[in-house]
Ligand binder design. Structure first.
Ligand SMILES: NC(=O)c1ccc[n+]([C@@H]2O[C@H](COP(=O)([O-])OP(=O)(O)OC[C@H]3O[C@@H](n4cnc5c(N)ncnc54)[C@H](OP(=O)(O)O)[C@@H]3O)[C@@H](O)[C@H]2O)c1
Length: 247
């Protein structure tokens, strides 16, 4: 199965959790990778682990997606190595949960700047490259919280809901250029991000999931690889949910 052979992807938040699983699955399908997140040593470790198993090209750059110029400089360095980027996986994200009464302005801004403006920064700096190459797959990792909402997550829910509009609008702008733009909305996936949740909250979530289990990063990664493939050429502007059936 090498359906992504000769393709190249940028994956943000590639050092951990869902982003790491996505990077492995893309590599499994033959895709070359540029891994991006803030912590260099984690990226280096991910690169080594991928290269132990898969025969693909892997580079990494540490960058903060919140910073417009840092993303520009990083993407320029990437274009110097590879001038045709086929796939952008916007995955890096954070939570800073609190009820509105206790949420600080900083908690609000940090989450919006990472989960929404950060995705704008990456789309902004990739789009001319994809337009020039007349090909592109942009996949934004959203969340079911963006449509369902959740107590203590107004910042996170707003950022993820914003991605739905960004995805739909950008898909209309670039569809004629053979570029698809989709969001994937995971439910509860077991990563460091959800590890922080208290057991009581986890039990509450579990009760509402039809399949009565949490999802794995690998399950999300397989969906991402499909949307990134040529077989998904007629899917654009969509938000695709993968949540085990949340009621
Ligand atoms: N886990 C879930 O249940 C779940 C459900 C729905 C949606 N999601 C979404 O899936 C995505 C991945 O989540 P996860 O659970 O895998 O989280 P995670 O394990 O905490 O990993 C987050 C990744 O994002 C990177 N990152 C965070 N802030 C960044 C920044 N400003 N610039 C660059 N990289 C940054 C982190 O690396 P550094 O800290 O080193 O930068 C890390 O690689 C997020 O967008 C999240 O909202 C997760």
């Amino acid at each position: 199965m090498n359906f992504l052979q000769n393709k190249t992807a940028i994956v943000t938040g590639a050092s951990k959790g869902i982003g790491k699983a996505i990077s492995f699955d893309l590599a499994k399908n033959g895709c070359n990778l540029f891994l991006v997140s803030r912590t260099e040593k984690d990226l280096e470790k991910t690169k080594k682990e991928i290269l132990k198993i898969y025969d693909v090209k892997v580079h990494f750059f540490s960058a903060d997606i919140k910073n417009f110029n840092e993303v520009k400089n990083t993407f320029d360095k990437i274009f110097n190595i590879e001038n045709k980027i086929d796939i952008l996986i916007n995955n890096a994200g954070i939570t800073k949960d609190n009820i509105l009464a206790r949420m600080t302005e900083n908690d609000w801004q940090d989450v919006i700047e990472t989960n929404l403006s950060g995705y704008f920064n990456c789309c902004k700096h990739i789009i001319k490259n994809m337009i020039r190459n007349k090909y592109g797959r942009i996949i934004n990792i959203s969340s079911v919280i963006g449509s369902n909402g959740n107590t203590g997550q107004i910042n996170y829910a707003a950022s993820k809901a914003g991605l739905k509009g960004l995805t739909k609008s950008l898909s209309k702008e670039v569809g004629a250029r053979n570029i698809t733009v989709n969001s994937i909305s995971p439910g509860f996936i077991e990563t460091d991000m959800t590890e922080e949740l208290k057991d009581l909250n986890k039990k509450k979530f579990l009760n509402n999931i039809s399949l009565k289990r949490f999802g794995s990063p690998n399950e999300v990664a397989k969906l991402v690889s499909f949307i990134a493939s040529d077989d998904a050429a007629y899917i654009t502007g969509q938000t695709i949910t993968i949540d085990g059936g949340i009621n």
